[in-house]
Design a protein around this ligand. Structure first.
Ligand code: GP9
Ligand code: MN
Length: 643
């Protein structure tokens, strides 16, 4: 009996670890989301795990129990990271984000808020395994030698199975997740990261691109050039959602300064949506400044660090603007230090260059940062394009007591109330900033755009959804969550508009170019000028699977398995369910544009294509839209050249 135990020990240890890890994966699924095909995911994950544990137990670590335990608990650590990441971003992390591990110490506040004691269950098996090892594991050495051949054969077979699923499976990591589970999701991401170039499968994508670009070239009308030559001040506000605008809470205005700004020569877009994917705040920047779809599988700032772009900052540089970005946090975060010159900023004033006179949360407080930004703007050469990214209103919304100005009931504040306090704080900082500018002629000579980067209140927690539904008086769903305000203030323009056309951060650049009176020429972009567009359209991938969209009437939410027929759709305003068929055209547009944009960016063709077509137009002295066939031929040549 004793001999049996000794002989069985390595196999039993492996089986126990395997079962524990499988249970932990399902614990993680139930706290995030279950793969649609969970039985297939279970079987495939079990097979892949068996292979991993075989390698570990019988080839790598043989009799070293401590290393086996570390390897085993490493899975638990990955699961915990996935879980916490999901709780914050509502999506799973990508391999590219590993580059940012060094900033984890600055995120401790966030991690503490997201962490729940029940997550410790992921590590609770350590004691069981140690107990098992000391009971049975001491005399197991002979076993490995006797059975090594069998194990190697088993290992080869199992590896073949993994390779089959991971390498011949879908290129889309989320479809991998749905059919194969979490392990293969990460595996497919590693594979996609290693094979960075995207395969180009059809020329129709690019033909459509040409047609789209040509319609973008139609001369704009309304408000063209009303801010010509002015300073451009763009403020991307951390976690500013639209529902706080013009709303009172316990009788107090949440954003009195923004509400006031809306009434002063401004256009307020109240059906504007964020357009981000895996890169959070940085994707909002990327999409807004370039009118391009962010990458689906990694933060765009990590995926495209050295790409040739021609977005708003670069266009303005060509109009003799100086360009500067402000953000009161470490410059490496979201790879900004590397990416800002690529986007077109000559200077970047981060926490390393600004005065650290007041720190709240992750970095310099919005009040201090905006004060320093206003001073800088007032002393440098005009015209200037200043891009300011605020930070204080960041999850988990823990303002120091002295900075809280909203009077709330005595009881402990709820999560939503903490957010309202934070957003109220940033609104006050923005108020001071605008008043500072108003003290000089700079203000009248500027166009100031303010928008939110993404949501603050998620909609995966039913209790939060209920509280928000009660607060708003309508169902708090994904479209409410993705709705951020865009306010464009143009002093002395006499514009007092609230525009309810549906738009997204993709539309920012064309909207601004029109107001600045800059001809869009041949620039590749995907948004539209919201002052002149007739039909609104928005898409985002953070809370929605790729293929989802919002238009003026409806919301279409793509199913995570990537099957159109499994999606859901509802009326944007009444929230009543609608038929899927009327969403097919919008869905196809999103997929096509996304693929095309991803192709142009991954192969760094964006500028090359724009320059080629520019040359063509100059040579032929023809307007772009009459030149479709020539441009089509060029693109095909270009596509062939790259393959
Ligand atoms: C950090 C800030 C926040 O620099 O932009 O990023 P987020 O966590 O909101 O994506
Ligand atoms: Mn953010």
């Amino acid at each position: 009996m004793k001999i049996m135990t000794v002989k069985k020990y390595p196999l039993l240890l492996m089986l126990i670890m395997l079962v524990f890890t499988l249970c932990k994966i399902y614990f993680m699924y139930f706290n995030t989301f279950l793969p649609s095909n969970w039985i297939s995911a279970l079987i495939r994950t079990a097979i892949a795990l068996t292979a991993f544990y075989f390698i570990m137990n019988f080839i790598l670590f043989k009799n070293n129990f401590i290393l086996k335990l570390i390897f085993h608990e490493f899975f638990a650590l990955v699961l915990l990271s996935d879980l916490l990441y999901f709780k914050y971003f509502n999506t799973l992390p990508s391999v590219a984000e590993l580059k940012m591990l060094h900033i984890i110490p600055s995120l401790l506040d966030c991690i503490r808020e997201l962490f729940k004691p029940q997550y410790l269950i992921l590590f609770s098996d350590i004691l069981v395994l140690i107990f098992f090892h000391y009971r049975s594991g001491r005399r197991a050495e002979a076993f490995h030698k006797a059975f090594r051949f069998n194990f190697v054969v088993a290992l080869v077979l199992l590896t073949a199975i993994i390779l089959d699923s991971a390498f011949y499976g879908s290129n889309n990591s989320y479809q991998m997740y749905d059919t194969y589970g979490l392990l293969h999701f990460h595996g497919s991401q590693i594979k996609n990261t290693l094979i960075s170039k995207e395969s180009y499968h059809s020329s129709t994508v690019l033909i459509k691109s040409l047609e789209k670009t040509s319609t973008n070239n139609i001369a704009p009308q309304k408000n063209f050039g009303i801010a010509k030559g002015r300073n451009v001040i763009i403020i991307q506000v951390e976690a500013l959602q639209d529902f706080v605008i013009n709303r009172t809470y316990n009788g107090q205005e949440i954003t009195p300064n923004l509400n006031k700004l809306i009434k002063e020569d401004s256009i307020y877009f109240n059906s504007y949506y964020y357009n981000i994917a895996k890169g959070g705040t940085s994707d909002a920047e990327f999409s807004t400044l370039n009118s391009l779809y962010p990458a689906s599988d990694a933060p765009s700032y990590s995926k495209y660090p050295n790409i040739s772009l021609y977005g708003l900052p670069k266009i303005l540089k060509d109009q003799n603007y100086s360009t500067v970005a402000f953000h009161g946090f470490t410059p490496e975060f979201w790879n900004r230090a590397e990416m800002y010159p690529t986007v077109g900023f000559d200077h970047f004033l981060s926490i390393d260059k600004l005065k650290r006179d007041e720190i709240i949360g992750w970095g310099i407080s919005d009040k201090s940062m905006l004060k320093q930004a206003s001073k800088y703007i007032m002393k440098v050469k005009q015209p200037i394009c200043a891009f300011i990214v605020t930070l204080t209103c960041h999850y988990p919304y823990n303002l120091p007591t002295g900075s809280k100005k909203l009077k709330l009931p005595e009881k402990q504040s709820t999560f939503i109330e903490r957010y309202l306090q934070s957003v109220n704080y940033t609104d006050a900082a923005l108020g001071v900033f605008i008043n500072e500018l108003k003290k000089s002629s700079i203000y009248e000579n500027s166009i100031i755009a303010i928008y939110g980067d993404h949501h603050a209140i998620g909609c995966s927690d039913p209790s939060l959804v209920n509280q928000m539904t009660e607060l708003l008086g309508k169902r708090y769903d994904q479209s409410e969550m993705a709705n951020v305000p865009l306010i464009i203030n143009i002093p002395n323009s006499n514009l007092h508009e609230t525009n309810s056309i549906v738009g997204s951060q993709l539309d920012f650049m064309p909207t601004m170019l029109n107001l600045l009176g800059i001809d869009k020429g041949n620039i590749n972009f995907y948004g539209q000028d919201l002052n002149n567009a007739k039909i609104g359209f928005a898409t985002t991938q953070l809370v929605f699977t790729k293929g989802s969209f919002i238009d003026d009437e409806k919301v279409f939410l793509m199913s995570s398995d990537g099957v159109f027929e499994n999606g859901t759709a509802w009326d944007r305003l009444t929230k009543a369910s609608i038929g899927l068929e009327e969403c097919r055209a919008g869905y196809e547009k999103v997929i096509k544009e996304n693929e095309e944009c991803s192709y142009l960016l991954s192969n760094n063709l964006l500028l090359e294509y724009a320059l080629e077509t520019d040359k063509e137009i100059i040579d032929n002295d023809l307007p772009a839209q009459t030149n479709i066939m020539q441009r089509f031929a060029q693109l095909i040549t270009l596509a062939l050249k790259t393959h």
